[in-house]
Design a protein around this ligand. Structure first.
Ligand code: NAP
Length: 252
């Protein structure tokens, strides 16, 4: 049990990597606070966890609203008495389109969802962790924006994730002396709704980019998040941790 007595916020917990992570963290002893917009999906993940003997609470909301992220911290403290970490995993790809044709609405939504939400999350989560002497925060970034070789049609997404990697480095440095570790997790292509699940052509194309010639499962990425949130990674902070089936080795 890697997360016994730890309370962890998981955003993007209604599907894909976040849902797999919420289930895994709870099975490793964590009390989890689940967040995303769709209430039915969140309720279903929370019910699975409690049926299996775990502890979960959930509230639906939109991470574009900083007050929602602040409320999640309050919910963790009220429900379980502490906050020990967060897996800030929300993300959206947005429209796959070249920048000259991209709408400003798409640009703003992708940057707000993937990058500005991380700013709100840090503002809400760092103070309580500092007060209790430490913790671990993980942000889901991506191979895109780091080692993707410039995949076309992903300008907003790549910019948001590259910005997130920079934010993580500054946060890590600002709060290392407070005992708070802050890392980015960079998955390669992962079979989820956002990763092309149900679209054989997309899955084949993305699988082919990886030297392993396959994509990750959501559970494999959740295992890496578990490592970053657990005490096994206690000398790691500010790291862009790549979990990409060798993609970066091939392209960098
Ligand atoms: P997913 O299944 O579509 O999950 C995305 C999650 O984010 C959902 O739970 C969604 O829930 C939530 N979300 C999106 N916008 C939100 C908002 N404004 N407010 C609250 N919640 C919001 O996709 P995934 O692949 O698991 O993605 C998880 C993370 O991994 C993302 O950051 C993504 O960029 C990253 N990633 C994915 C891949 C891949 O190939 N799949 C590769 C690298 C990185 P609701 O719709 O219910 O709000």
């Amino acid at each position: 049990m890697e997360l016994t007595n730890k309370t962890i916020i998981v955003t993007g917990a209604s599907s894909g990597i976040g849902a797999a992570a919420a289930r895994l963290f709870a099975s490793e002893g964590a009390s989890v606070v689940l967040a995303a917009r769709r209430p039915d999906e969140l309720r279903s993940v929370a019910e699975d966890i409690t049926r299996s003997g775990g502890r979960a609470v959930w509230r639906s909301g939109d991470v574009l609203d900083g007050a929602y992220l602040a409320m999640l911290t309050d919910l963790a403290l009220q429900s379980f008495g502490s906050l020990n970490g967060a897996f800030n995993n929300v993300g959206t790809v947005g429209d796959m389109i070249a920048v000259p044709e991209m709408s400003i609405d798409n640009w703003n939504t992708v940057i707000a969802t993937n990058l500005t939400s991380a700013f709100w999350a840090a503002k809400a989560q760092v103070p309580p962790l500092k007060e209790q002497g430490g913790g671990s925060i993980v942000f889901t970034s991506s191979f895109v924006g780091f080692s993707n070789g410039g995949l076309p049609g992903m300008g907003a997404y790549a910019a948001s994730k590259a910005g997130l990697n920079g934010l993580v480095q500054s946060l890590a440095s600002e709060h290392a002396a407070d005992g708070i570790r802050i890392n980015a997790l960079l998955p390669g292509g992962t079979v989820t709704p956002a990763g092309g699940e149900g679209n054989p052509d997309a899955l084949k194309f993305v699988s082919g980019l990886h030297p392993m010639k396959r994509m990750a499962s959501a559970s494999e990425i959740a295992q890496a998040a578990l490592f970053l949130l657990s005490d096994r990674s206690q000398f790691m902070t500010g790291s862009p941790m790549i979990v990409d089936g060798g993609m970066s080795v091939r392209l960098l």
